[in-house]
Design a protein around this ligand. Structure first.
Ligand SMILES: *[C@@H]1O[C@H](CO)[C@@H](O)[C@H](O)[C@H]1NC(C)=O
Ligand SMILES: *[C@@H]1O[C@H](CO)[C@@H](O)[C@H](O)[C@H]1NC(C)=O
Ligand SMILES: *[C@@H]1O[C@H](CO)[C@@H](O)[C@H](O)[C@H]1NC(C)=O
Length: 256
């Protein structure tokens, strides 16, 4: 995610440059992308529906080069909570959100997505989301090294890197918070705060920034298992079509 951000900054610099030589040198970096945002909660069945559809979207060849995908977790900033956030499905969900944010921070989007899909599949969903066992198992399944990837350090506090006795007891809430890595905690607070400020409350909400539609946004929601407000359709093919349309329009605008 950090490198994506750097690219966006570079793109901005390239666009404001007036030297033709420099422009052609930076031409690849200045290609504008379509902003796509998914707002979810890790233990929410509606988020699982969205993520399932979006997995097919990001698997479409070339699509990741055309989007800036951002993932937002819905919660309420709350100073009296151990993690500074109240999550709809309890503190264990806040922890699950922070685990997934560590994935997005340290892995390419397709890998992070594969791990989240692995967490979403079991029939026991969402029981294990938020436990170290669940995330660790799925990180392994996807073939990512827990330590080398930086995920382990993000998710687990240094004082708790032994998981042998970590059969999760969901009642000892503060224990779980203590086990969580500092980076995970920071990512959670920052991410939830941003989403809260945007006023987004429904998991799952999919927003695609539009330079075609007059409201500047195409929004699609899954609420209680029902797709709502999805004027452009809600299959993977529909999202791909919209992204391609918006991308094409953006490239046209660049040369206005
Ligand atoms: C994408 O989002 C960024 C950051 O919010 C914004 O500056 C940019 O204008 C957006 N791009 C498009 C094409 O909507
Ligand atoms: C804030 O957290 C406390 C528990 O620490 C809880 O009782 C309260 O309902 C929360 N407030 C909101 C607005 O979620
Ligand atoms: C955590 O892991 C590091 C490196 O693997 C090790 O040196 C350290 O002793 C471990 N700490 C605990 C509390 O297990």
């Amino acid at each position: 995610m950090r490198s994506l951000f750097a690219l966006i900054l570079l793109a901005g610099l390239a666009a404001s440059s007036t030297l033709p030589a420099q422009q052609s040198f930076n031409v690849e970096l200045s290609v504008p992308k379509v902003n796509v945002s998914l707002y979810v909660m890790s233990r929410c069945p509606d988020a699982r529906i969205c993520e399932n559809v979006f997995e097919s979207v990001i698997q479409k060849e070339g699509i990741l080069d055309k989007i800036d995908l951002s993932i937002g977790y819905i919660g309420t900033p709350n100073k009296t909570e151990p993690l500074g956030v109240t999550c709809k499905h309890g503190q264990i969900e806040c922890i699950g959100n922070s685990h997934q944010l560590c994935l997005y921070k340290h892995l390419p989007i397709d890998k992070a997505y594969a791990i989240i899909q692995c967490q979403n599949y079991p029939s026991s969903f969402p029981k294990e989301i938020g436990t170290i066992e669940s995330i660790k198992k799925c990180v392994n399944t996807v073939g990512i090294d827990w330590i080398k990837s930086g995920i382990g350090k993000c998710i687990q506090s240094e004082n708790f890197n032994q998981t042998s006795k970590s059969i999760i007891n969901l009642k000892t809430k503060d224990e779980e918070v203590k086990k969580l890595g500092k980076e995970a905690k920071i990512l959670l607070k920052e991410n939830v705060q941003k989403v809260y400020e945007k006023g987004i409350k429904t998991s799952c909400t999919i927003d695609i920034d539009s330079t075609i539609e007059k409201y500047g946004k195409r929004r699609c929601i899954v609420d209680g298992g029902v797709w709502k407000g999805c004027d452009d359709g809600h299959t993977p093919q529909d999202f791909i079509r919209v992204i391609e349309e918006e991308y094409k329009n953006l490239q046209g605008k660049k040369f206005d």
